[in-house]
Design a protein around this ligand. Structure first.
Ligand SMILES: [Zn+2]
Length: 255
């Protein structure tokens, strides 16, 4: 069984004490493919270190996270572009709009999002979308960029059924993680109305740990708990969930 964690911040400081054990534990649990979203330029060298330590398992994305879009965002976008010119990445992410923390830079967030979607198209890559308290604003940008070259993953999807279908119509798969195990997470109530071909698994570790670890540090081995929850929701085996969602992730990342 091969499980794929399509969104994990394994370079995070929270893993500085035990990163190797955390990765080995995940591999032992069947999670052997890790897709790593970028945040901003301060993490780039840490991502490369991680990749050189686990070249078979680690696959990097490049992008500027919406929460990190500030006064200097054009410099950060230039960094993204320069790295893309240098070497191979598997997606542009995480990119999008976040109005939960701060609305000051909404215009800049929209601009950065659009620019990075266009970069993804230039390099024939998928995108990895971060959207928090900003469904309308995110969909507005996506609709304006909708064409056959637009595809990717709506990471940590927490919307309703209508929003799920809209995301799918825009070429996105839904990244499902710990929230599907929360009592008030809501998505577990309609997920079985969405075909499994549109679903990929993720943890977003170290954040959003699934039940029974909710509130604790999340880690990639818990992808298995998400797979078990989906097996329950779809009434199929965990092996079937692993097989389909890993295939779906291959379609997005091209590997
Ligand atoms: Zn993330």
């Amino acid at each position: 069984m091969i499980l794929t964690d399509t969104h994990t911040h394994l370079y995070s400081e929270e893993f500085d004490q035990d990163r190797h054990q955390v990765i080995q534990k995940a591999i032992d649990a069947g999670v052997s493919r890790f897709f790593i979203p970028s945040i901003d330029s301060s993490y780039t060298s840490k991502m490369y270190d991680l990749e050189s330590q686990f070249p078979e398992n680690i696959f990097l994305m490049m992008g500027l996270h919406p929460t990190y879009v500030k006064e200097n965002y054009l410099d950060e976008l230039a960094h993204v572009e320069a790295e893309l010119e240098k070497r191979k990445f598997y997606a542009i992410g995480e990119i999008g709009i976040d109005l939960f923390w701060d609305k000051t830079f909404l215009k800049q967030q929209q601009h950065a999002f659009k620019q990075q979607i266009q970069l993804a198209k230039k390099y024939n890559l998928g995108i990895n979308i971060h959207c928090r308290d900003a469904f309308d604003e995110t969909f507005e940008v996506l609709e304006s960029e909708k064409d056959e070259k637009l595809f990717g993953i709506f990471h940590c999807f927490t919307g309703n059924l209508e929003q799920a279908n809209q995301a799918i119509s825009l070429g996105m798969k839904l990244g499902i993680g710990g929230v599907s195990t929360f009592k008030n997470g809501k998505i577990d109530q309609f997920l079985n109305q969405i075909d499994l071909q549109h679903i990929v698994l993720e943890t977003d570790s170290p954040y959003l740990a699934p039940v029974p670890f909710r509130g604790k540090r999340n880690e990639s081995s818990y992808t298995l708990l998400v797979a078990q929850k989906l097996a329950e929701i779809y009434n199929v085996s965990v092996e079937e969930i692993a097989k389909i969602t890993t295939e779906n992730s291959k379609a997005v990342f091209g590997i």
